[in-house]
Structures are given as C-alpha cells and as structure tokens.
Design a protein. Structure first.
Lengths: 115, 112
C-alpha cells in the first residue's frame, strides 16, 4: 500500500461545530504532517509528528488540535473555526530521515468550508 | 529567513519541446531539495529529490539540477506532453526536523 488516505474528502462545518479530519497510511512511515493550502497558494506546514510525538507546531491557532494515536493514523480536531480557515487540508507521510531516501507522500486532501 | 522563489507566470510550451522551470532560494543551502507535481484539487505528488552534493538527477523525461553557488535548482521536462500540464512545486528542507517548505509553484501548460 503506497497511499495516504484522507477522510472526509469534503466537509462543511459551522463556526460552532466540532469536527475531525482523519489520515491513514500503511507504508511504515514514522513522520506524518498536516499542511494547509489556500487557492493558488503553496501548501503551508502546520504540524509535524515524528515517531508519534509532536515535533513541530508552526504557531497554529489552538482551534486546530492534532493527534497521532499510532504510527498509521493522524487526526486533526477542529473547533470554533473561522471562515478564513476554509482551505484544502493535506496530510502527508515520509520516512523520518527524508534527506537520504525520498519525498513525502500526500493524500488527496479534505476540502473544508467553514460557514 | 529563507525564501523560495518560483516564477509565478504560467509556462506555455508546445508539445515535444523542453520545459524548464527555476527555483531560487535566498539564504542557506538546504541539505536537499525536492520537486513535486500538483494537479487541481489534488495533493502534491513527489517527483525527484536532489541532495546538496549532487549536481544532477534524472528520472525518465525529468531532470533536476542543483547549483548551491547560484542558490538555484532547474527542473526540466523533455519531450513534453499535454499530460505534463500541471503545477510544479519546489520544496526545501528548512533546517532539519522534517520542516519542508514549498515555493509558490509554476504552472506548465503543454499545447498539443
């Protein structure tokens, strides 16, 4: 299995809702990532997990809460979002030491709309 | 801070020609540099990785060069095909810990 699977593909939520984005991979990658991408912009790094521990938080607002329950799963919990948080949320995985062996594998993303 | 610069203008190219894209960075040379392809509404797809001690890397019709003196990477698609039409993103390691940052991307349109 060489894929990163993200669910749901589309999500519409109100500003008072709580929802979660899910990401799963079975490639044995021990680094997993959340990126946010707005239209016609590059992906922006939000969080990095390495060996199931949060290693990087790029000053993301606390209304985004990541969780890595095990080496195959990554969640992003959403609460009290703002309309400007509407974007494509991408999950990715890689081997921890990417400099030697290869790139990141991205999922197809969750298209999030906050109303 | 490190900046990654890619030409924001779309590159229109005739089928069969070579498309060349440029990625410049401003400060320290990264340990490695990656190139990705992204189609609308989809996640980026990894194409090639080149390390700082490598001058050139090839994969099928793709070629990447890395010049740490010029602080530049060039990405070539030879014998371009309409199916190569996409946005191509340059990505750099921003100092370790798997902190990968992307350039704005360069759209390529291959005209039949």
């Amino acid at each position: 299995d060489t894929e990163v699977t993200q669910t749901p593909k589309h999500l519409v939520m109100g500003m008072t809702n709580k929802k979660s984005l899910k990401c799963e991979q079975h490639m044995g990658h021990r680094a997993m990532y959340w990126y946010k991408q707005k239209a016609k912009k590059p992906p922006e790094l939000m969080f990095v997990y390495s060996y199931e521990k949060l290693s990087i938080n790029e000053s993301v607002p606390s209304r985004f809460s990541p969780e890595c329950p095990n080496s195959s799963l990554l969640n992003l919990h959403l609460h009290a979002l703002q309309p400007e948080d509407s974007a494509l949320y991408l999950c990715a995985s890689s081997q921890v030491l990417t400099g030697g062996v290869g790139g990141y594998t991205f999922g197809s993303g969750t298209r999030l709309t906050v109303v | 801070s490190q900046k990654i610069e890619q030409n924001s203008e779309a590159l229109n190219i005739q089928e069969g020609k070579t498309a060349t894209l440029t990625c410049n960075y401003t400060n320290y040379s990264p340990a490695y540099l990656q190139w990705y392809r992204q189609d609308p509404g989809r996640g980026p797809v990894f194409l090639l990785l080149i390390r700082e001690n490598e001058k050139e890397k090839r994969k099928e019709r793709l070629k990447v060069t890395f010049d740490t003196t010029l602080k530049q990477s060039l990405f070539h698609i030879t014998a371009s095909q309409p199916a190569d039409s996409a946005t191509y993103l340059c990505a750099l390691d921003m100092g370790g810990n798997n902190r990968l940052a992307f350039g704005k991307g360069n759209q390529v349109v291959v005209i039949p």
